[in-house]
Design a protein around this ligand. Sequence first.
Ligand code: ATP
Length: 360
Amino acid sequence: MTYDIVTIDGDGIGPEVNQSAIEVLREACGSALLNFMPFDGGAGHYVKTGHVLPDETLNACRNAHAMLHGAAGLPGVTYADGTEVGNDLHLQLRFKLDLFANVRPIRLYQGVKSTLADWSAGQIDYVIVRENTEGLYASRGAGVNLRNELVTDTLVMTRLGVERVAKFAFDLSRRRNGAPRDHQRRVTVCDKANILKTYAFFRAVCTEVAQSYADVEIDYAYADAITVHMLKKPDFYDVIVAENMFGDIISDLGAATVGGLGMAASAELGLNHGLFQGAHGSAPDIAGQDVASPIATILSGALMLRWLGDRHHDATLSQAADRVEKAVEDVLAHGDAVPHDQGGHARCTEVTQAVCRRLR
Ligand code: ATP
């Protein structure tokens, strides 16, 4: 079987890191297994054509087995209301393809220095599951600006939306080995249930879902408090489930504890579609210089292989996912190529080559 993968390079460092991931995935899977299909999209494309996500790209995404994306967004390219055009690419894909679970692994690799003192590889290893289609960002494009005097965006939650992301988080915990601290399978519900009805609902529905998972502990943390816990006791976490905006914010914080955004992979999953891109944006400050770290996108590519492997019961893909992760692990642990954001001098292309060498 051949898998059709729509690739959208996007803007800024998007093309560099996406091409890097494609090269690594080709090396891992050979040339016949994955059929990469490049399509347009992003802020640059919007400037040229007026479309951030052209119809042809959306249709191709609907029909493909998976999507791999670099990043989108250019400074100053905004809509009339001031919001950024670039983000609209993945926001539209999230809403139109119902990619409700945004999976963001936070794992400290050997050879990568944590910004937190005294923590080493193996001690920080958890996953943030960010609800991806509701919450505060559901209002994107639909908020009210009344005569430029009164502005509102509405936080939206549905029972179906919370139930499915909670189930996703508990199922994910069952597939893992628990928290590094005590090997306990644990889902931490991150909310502000003490302040808003929506978050109290989020917590209550997660608690209902937990009844069917006796083997997984349920734990609760307010969104402000968890920013402290994630720094002081990161080994306590296994899976954290959070509303859209909170998940967005805490996943950047989590990334900072394991080497920064250049290390942060992401998978956005629905029942029928999967979009894979680094958790970072287009990083315009370092674009076009071959200094971005491709690791986040390469690891997102590995998540793609694992997801496809599970979905299609294809062990070749699952093994390729393991091999890509192992190759990245080895490159970092042995310092084959140390990316700029990790204090080294290896270019994006050099890191890519180093990962490919390990795969060979
Ligand atoms: P968005 O606006 O889409 O939310 P973001 O907040 O994630 O994006 P970015 O611009 O992508 O922001 O990243 C913030 C900074 O982190 C960048 O300016 C860059 O210095 C650094 N950074 C991000 N991604 C990488 C990467 N892959 N390699 C090295 N540095 C990176």
